[in-house]
Ligand binder design. Structure first.
Ligand SMILES: Cc1ncc(COP(=O)(O)O)c(C=O)c1O
Length: 341
């Protein structure tokens, strides 16, 4: 076990021992190998550098109450990478190759899996890039698939507190028929200015609207949106929203807990009717949202006291975390237990 202050880790990179790689060349994936290098040596005309042929994923493994290591819904991340790769016309790892390389990366860095009870977990970052040289705008013929891991701390160090966010009416994250539904680097580049301006104004996150009409809620820069009212869990249906695996999971948990789930367009005005709202994703599971500012109307929507997580958000969060840490039975079969580490 590494000598790390697990409870003090943030959501940041900590060097581990090895990463796992495979390269696509001559029409096939090469045998995966591990390396202790944190660097990639590639051609200066690689398509990932010029034309954004870059896709990533993010998932987590958890050391459970019983000492077992559980990897959460890895097949879903593999399938989402395939969807992203198809859109960017990139070669991709099969679900089996994706899972095998993720598991290998976890095994090789087992000493970095945070102990149970610290609130920390092992974040896994699969990366797919076009490494082949092109000067014209066309897909590469060579690719690299790489998996690295890094321990990350508990998201809510001072408790499960609500954040304040702003709607952004000056920037769009993704075009109506663009790349919002796939996990490609360009989407995040497009959200940087917006995020930095919002942070400067004291907001923790930005809520983007649909870029065609600016009437409906899309999502945050790196998390889906949900609202709760009258026994309903509502989350946007939009082509430009990334299909979050956490949100998919929470929709099932919400139904298990007796909420009705609706996946449909959400008009901005409906923000006034919710009793709880939140941002959902792998990093935090749920960040309860206590305040949403709309610069158009200068109105702030407030949920509860604006600071504390609501009852349903807390229940949903605790249930999902309980399943990930092996405290609650995994009746849906979401976890892959990694034996022998
Ligand atoms: C734009 C965006 N939406 C939603 C999510 C949440 O997805 P997931 O729950 O699969 O982590 C993420 C994080 O990956 C994201 O980057």
């Amino acid at each position: 076990m590494k000598d790390i202050k697990w409870g003090e880790l943030g959501f940041a990179y900590t060097k581990t021992v090895k990463n796992v790689r495979s390269e696509w060349k001559d029409g096939k994936w090469g045998t995966p190998y591990s390396t202790d290098s944190e660097h990639i040596n590639m051609h200066m005309a690689a398509t990932c550098l010029h034309y954004g042929q870059e896709i990533f994923e993010g998932l987590k493994a958890f050391r459970g109450k019983d000492g077992k290591v559980r990897l959460f819904r890895v097949e879903e991340n593999a399938k989402r990478m395939i969807d992203s790769a198809n859109y960017l016309r990139m070669q991709y790892p099969s679900v089996d190759l994706f899972r095998d390389m993720v598991v290998e990366a976890i095994r090789l860095n087992a000493e970095f899996i945070p102990p149970y009870g610290t609130g920390a977990s092992l974040y896994i970052r699969p990366l797919l890039i076009g490494t082949g040289a092109q000067v014209g705008v066309k897909p590469a013929t060579e690719f690299m698939f790489l998996v690295f891991v890094t321990p990350v701390g508990p998201y809510f160090k001072e408790g499960f507190n609500a954040i304040s966010v702003t709607i952004d009416r000056d920037h769009d994250r993704a075009a109506p028929l663009g790349t919002g539904h796939v996990k490609v680097g360009g989407n995040y580049a497009a959200s940087m200015e917006s995020g930095e301006l919002a942070h400067k104004d004291g907001f923790a996150n930005v809520l983007f609207l649909d870029s065609a009409t600016h009437k409906f809620i899309d999502e945050f820069s790196a998390a889906n949106f949900f609202g709760i009212r009258d026994g309903l869990y509502v989350t946007p249906d939009s082509h430009s929203v990334l299909p979050s695996i956490t949100n998919k999971t929470l929709r099932e948990i919400a139904e298990d807990l007796g909420l009705k789930v609706e996946n449909r367009p959400i008009a901005v005005e409906e923000l006034a009717q919710f009793t709880e709202t939140g941002a959902v994703g792998t990093a935090a599971v749920i960040s309860p949202v206590g305040k949403i500012y709309d610069p158009l109307t200068k109105h702030t929507y407030i949920y509860g006291d604006g600071k504390t997580a609501g009852e349903w958000s807390t229940k949903l969060y605790k249930t999902l975390q309980g399943i990930q840490y092996g405290e609650i039975e995994d009746t849906h079969g979401w976890n892959t237990v990694i034996e022998g580490i």
